[in-house]
Design a protein around this ligand. Structure first.
Ligand code: 0L1
Ligand code: MG
Length: 262
């Protein structure tokens, strides 16, 4: 690690304050160009620790930048991983307040819920499917705290991979009832199709993203816990939203889930 504990705590406080006050910031690597991956995940861990100390509950995990569309959109080449706490979860039918966000975007995701914990290293698609209780459609609302979504990967990891809100819903199905690679995904904004794709856009198989997450956590002595919601990554590029927008995600065989922005 290149940063000391004091600097990590200060950067975590800064990024979390930006999140809570909907304020943007230049990317943190501008002032800390030497920070490494361990520093970036340590800052993310410290943001989680701050939230848990105030009573938040860890309810899920996410993989980001797992599709070529997203990687191309953001000009990067590696998936990243983050956490989901209860305050990020939006029940379907409620409205997301854009006043609490900086510049929200939505992305269509396939969410996994595990029936037993999954540990890496060595985790693979088969192990993920065997451990999965069900999959369901999810819309992730990302909101990078970095000005104009201009960042590098280490800054994004520190910023909990832009996690802000998410909704899951539709019809939960067991993975053996589906071919997750050919699952069609259609996202509409205000009644118009804005993006479409298939499950294979996520690392050729969405379960591969979950396996990568398990292997990432395994290197850090952690597991994916049973019951956690796992967002496997945007199937398509992210789409900007503003107050008044209505977003509906339809996933083949899994029904639909929607979000309204106020
Ligand atoms: O969930 C995601 O793919 C977001 C990853 C972070 C980069 C971004 O803000 O687009
Ligand atoms: Mg995402």
């Amino acid at each position: 690690m290149k940063l000391d504990a004091h600097t990590i705590a200060g950067l975590a406080e800064h990024l979390e304050t930006c999140e809570l006050k909907a304020r943007d910031t230049p990317k943190i690597t501008d002032e800390h160009p030497g920070m490494d991956w361990d520093d970036a995940y340590a800052i993310q861990d410290e943001i989680l620790r701050r939230k848990l100390s105030r009573g938040a509950r860890l309810i899920g995990l996410k993989a980001g930048l797992t599709s070529h569309a997203k990687m191309k959109q953001m000009g990067v080449d590696t998936p990243v991983f983050g956490f989901l706490v209860d305050s990020f979860s939006v029940p379907e039918g409620t409205q997301v307040k854009t006043s609490e966000l900086i510049h929200p975007k939505v992305e269509p995701e396939i969410a996994f819920v595990l029936k037993r914990a999954l540990a890496g290293p060595g985790c693979h698609i088969g192990a993920v499917l065997a451990a999965t209780d069900f999959v369901l459609p999810g819309i992730e609302v990302i909101d990078s705290r970095y000005r104009d979504f201009k960042f590098d990967l280490k800054s994004v990891v520190a910023d909990n991979t832009s996690a802000a809100r998410f909704v899951v819903g539709g019809r939960a199905m067991r993975p053996e009832q589906l071919d997750l690679r050919t699952l069609g995904v259609v996202m509409e904004k205000n009644g118009e199709v804005v993006s479409l794709g298939a499950g294979a856009a996520v690392l050729s198989h969405p379960a591969a993203a979950v396996a990568m997450l398990a292997n990432h956590l395994g290197r850090r002595g952690q597991v994916i816990p049973a019951g956690a919601v796992i967002l496997s990554g945007g199937v398509t590029e992210a789409v900007s939203v503003e107050a008044g927008d209505h977003v509906c995600l339809r996933v083949q065989n899994l029904g639909s889930v929607s979000l309204r922005f106020a």
